[in-house]
Design a protein around this ligand. Structure first.
Ligand code: ZN
Length: 427
């Protein structure tokens, strides 16, 4: 209390420039408690905020110009921003807020650099730099979640356990998308998934204060597909190397061919486990695999190679053929269209979208007819062994073993779901 004697105490309520109210309290030096006199000082009018959004093709200088800044002032603002972010990297749609007190000049400019960072430029009162910058970042919390799923009618319709039930629909879609990409070389998610297949996974996440997820990575997973149990462990020996998924022994999951030419993650609506049976009167055995999918669904090259045909092709309708290493070819038929740049002689990468599902040629319903040929004869890609990416390098072996031991240990904390019918027979 000593400090408060004989002093006028100023208290400021309210944050920043908005609605600041000053309360003046005067404490008398002598005697015991005295009534405190409170005097309200008129609150200055709140600043008016104008929110602009950066339009495509528009420069920051142009936006500032609309707010009445002169050329020299614009340069100063852009310089202040440049210390935190290159103005060229700002995307269309970036929100820029101008706070102006009525009758006065700009008091603050705020730029939402991205979802996680807002840059505030406060008009400086002193003689130094005209703007004081302050960067606000949202607080990111890292967590690790464990999710298990028992597949019902389809992969997106799993009975979830562990931390799964707490996920939002969007987070779940993202997780399923990642899972399907990790196993894209082992499982044809369009055709090989059965009711009562199951999975469990460990996921590391960066979560924002509002609960939204900034980054989510699957560290390890197990997928039970029929009688196969497939393990996946994420590993990146250092930042300069790409992220790969390996099995528990350090063999790469990535291989020469994706099993399905359609990306499950791109077709989240209307997807059904119902197998597609085209009604075709065939005069010869069916030599391909049919994927029922709606018109326009992107079709991707299952392996890297060179396009040998792209366009009208008899009963195939609009079709594409790609030649791969080891005298292998893939064909994609009944398309509604071919992606830009895909023409005979063009090189395509694995996973690249080359065309779109349709019903051209001899097709009664929208579907993709996919063929796989070795030395000119049709083969079933699911029964073949293809070359895989390199296993974990010897020099990183110890690190991999430590990482995978840790991740697979975490995985044990959530139980692999078992179908309820099986559960009943066990008790
Ligand atoms: Zn077919």
């Amino acid at each position: 209390m000593e400090l408060l004697r004989d002093r006028r105490v100023w208290s400021a309520f309210g944050a920043g420039l908005v609605g600041t109210a000053l309360v003046w309290a005067f404490l008398r030096s002598s005697g015991g408690p005295e009534p405190i006199k409170v005097v309200e000082i008129p609150t200055p009018p709140p600043p008016v905020e104008v929110v602009e959004s950066l339009q495509s093709g528009q420069t920051l200088a142009e936006v500032f110009g609309t707010q009445g800044l002169t050329g020299g002032e614009i340069l100063e603002v852009v310089e202040a921003i440049r210390e935190y972010e290159s103005p060229r990297r700002l995307r269309p749609g970036t929100e820029i807020t101008f706070a102006v007190r009525p009758g006065e000049s700009l008091s603050r400019i705020s730029l939402k650099l991205d979802r996680d960072r807002t840059l505030h430029l406060l008009a400086s009162e002193g003689d130094g730099a005209p703007w004081d910058a302050r960067l606000d970042s949202v607080r990111i919390v890292r967590d690790t979640i464990l999710v298990a799923g028992l597949i019902g009618s389809n992969l997106y319709d799993s009975r979830l356990s562990g931390d799964g039930p707490a996920l939002t629909a969007g987070q779940l879609d993202q997780m399923i998308g990642q899972l399907s990409r990790i196993y894209a070389w082992q499982i044809d998610f369009w055709r090989d998934i059965r009711t009562n297949d199951s999975y469990r996974l460990v996921m590391a996440r960066d979560v924002r204060p509002d609960g939204s997820v900034r980054i989510a990575r699957i560290l390890a997973a197990e997928f039970r597909n029929g009688d196969r149990l497939l393990t996946a462990v994420r590993f990146q020996p250092d930042q300069s190397e790409p992220v790969e998924y390996y099995d528990g022994e350090g063999e790469a999951l990535r291989g020469q061919f994706l099993l399905a030419p359609l990306d499950l993650a791109r077709v989240t609506s209307g997807f059904s486990m119902r197998r597609f049976h085209p009604v075709l009167r065939r005069t010869r055995p069916h030599l391909g695999i049919d994927y029922g999918a709606s018109r326009g669904t992107p079709v991707r090259a299952t392996g890297g190679g060179v396009v040998t045909r792209a366009g009208g092709w008899g009963s195939y309708g609009t079709a594409i053929e790609v030649r791969h290493a080891n005298n292998l070819r893939t064909r994609y038929a009944h398309l509604s269209g071919i992606a830009r740049g895909v023409r005979s002689g063009a090189r395509v990468e694995q996973g690249q979208v080359i065309g779109f599902v349709g019903s051209s040629g001899l097709a009664t319903a929208s579907h993709l007819h996919y063929e796989f040929l070795r030395d000119g004869s049709h083969v079933n890609p699911a029964r073949m062994q293809f070359p895989r990416a390199e296993p974990v390098a010897d020099e990183y072996r110890e690190l991999f073993d430590a990482n995978s031991g840790h991740a697979l240990g975490l995985l044990q904390r959530v139980e692999m779901p078992i179908p309820s019918a099986t559960a009943r027979t066990q008790d």
